[in-house]
Design a protein around this ligand. Structure first.
Ligand code: FAD
Length: 341
């Protein structure tokens, strides 16, 4: 199923997606599959999709496709749980892209998040950010061989156009959006201009880079809509797991952190459990605020970092559980009436 059809089927009711990166070992894979099984089971509302990250240059190609294949095998996946494969195009030849897409079709993976990835800077790639992370441009250099083949793709837009042309609409394609402009963008306007180009090239949905400034995000959504971009936008939410990783990851992806969050964290930063609790409360209140903002956002994309507890608590706090399903349907109807739909 296409992600956009799954979103439409929710008719404004809240939905979520989870992002996972491919573990390096068979034990890691088995543990992650257990977590995915638990996170996609009652009493939690099931996610509409699970996404699998891709190391820039295809460095995790085998493991990413293996993880997608294992998720596709889960009982839950049949017909209900969609898979989104992230696919970067920088330093990836056409052959590698074709192989990945062919494999996706064999697995029934119909959703691709088409990304540029981060190109080599001078002779070196940017340093890897530690654990595989993707919203952050995470890279894993294992097995990476520079491609001899001529570069076919420069920007994500080239990959979107290529998938649309070569696969004749079979894939539902998403692209990345940046509530704080991408570091390579000259201005916020040019950032939105190139986002619009990606949508014109054939993208069907947008998943955003993580952010902690909800007002800034809401303003960005309004500017994106004013630019004529009308595809679903799914905000990227990363629960804070511990202070050091939060600061490292937000620095890496140039995600500004509001002053009030920094000062709240300052007094508890040495206490990992307190930071985690704070992260759960912060994500919960951010999501409530985003949905209440009246800009047509009803779902979120959790950057899980392959961890289970925080997202589980956030879903419980939000009451995104099966026993509250009818409340959500009623609230979605009320929101639609308030917003004049
Ligand atoms: P693009 O859309 O190509 O944009 C890159 C820059 O170029 C922007 O400044 C843009 O404004 C500009 N630009 C775009 N088109 C043009 C054009 N035609 N002419 C001139 N300038 C242009 N990285 C990974 O390696 N693996 C992952 O799995 C991964 N997952 C991600 C998931 C999400 C939700 C997000 C937000 C990011 C993810 N990333 C991942 C990181 C991403 O690869 C980097 O942020 C990368 O630097 C940019 O990718 P992009 O697709 O946004 O690039």
């Amino acid at each position: 199923m296409r992600l956009t059809d799954a979103i439409q089927a929710r008719a404004g009711e809240p939905y979520h997606t989870f992002e996972f990166f491919p573990p390096r070992t068979p034990e890691g894979l088995a543990n992650l599959l257990d977590r995915i099984q638990r996170l996609t089971s009652a009493p939690l509302s099931p996610p509409i999709a699970v996404s699998v990250t891709w190391g820039a240059g295809g460095s995790t190609a085998t493991r990413s496709l293996e993880l997608a294949a294992e998720i596709a095998k889960l009982e839950l996946a049949r017909g209900k749980l969609q898979i989104i494969l992230h696919l970067t195009c920088t330093n990836m030849g056409k052959k590698m892209v074709d192989e990945a897409l062919k494999k996706c079709k064999e697995l029934g993976v119909q959703n691709i998040l088409a990304l540029r990835g981060d190109p080599p800077r001078k002779e070196e790639y940017r340093p890897a950010p530690g654990p595989d992370t993707s919203l952050l441009g995470g890279q894993d250099m294992e097995g990476l061989e520079p491609e001899e083949e001529e570069q076919e793709f420069e920007f994500a837009e080239d990959l979107v156009r290529y998938i649309d042309r070569e696969w004749k609409g079979w894939f539902c394609v998403g692209v990345a959006g940046y509530p704080t402009p991408h570091v390579d963008s000259d201005t916020p306007e040019s950032d939105i201009h190139f986002l619009a180009q990606k949508v014109h090239a054939g993208a069907h949905f947008i998943i955003t880079q993580l952010f902690y400034d909800v007002d800034g995000f809401v303003e960005w959504v309004k500017r994106v809509r004013a630019a004529g971009i009308d595809v679903p936008i799914i905000p990227g939410i990363m629960p804070i797991q511990n202070y050091a990783s939060f600061r490292r990851l937000t620095n890496l992806c140039k995600c500004p952190v509001p002053e009030h969050v920094l000062s709240d964290l300052d007094s508890i930063k040495a206490d990992d459990a307190a930071v985690k609790r704070y992260g759960i409360e912060l994500s919960t209140s951010m999501i409530n605020k985003i949905i209440a903002a009246g800009v047509g956002i009803s779902g979120v994309h959790f950057c899980t970092l392959n961890l289970e507890k925080s997202v589980r608590r956030i879903l419980e706090n939000l009451r995104w559980t099966l026993d509250h399903k009818s409340d959500h349907a009623r609230q979605a109807r009320n929101r639609a009436i308030e917003q004049g739909h």
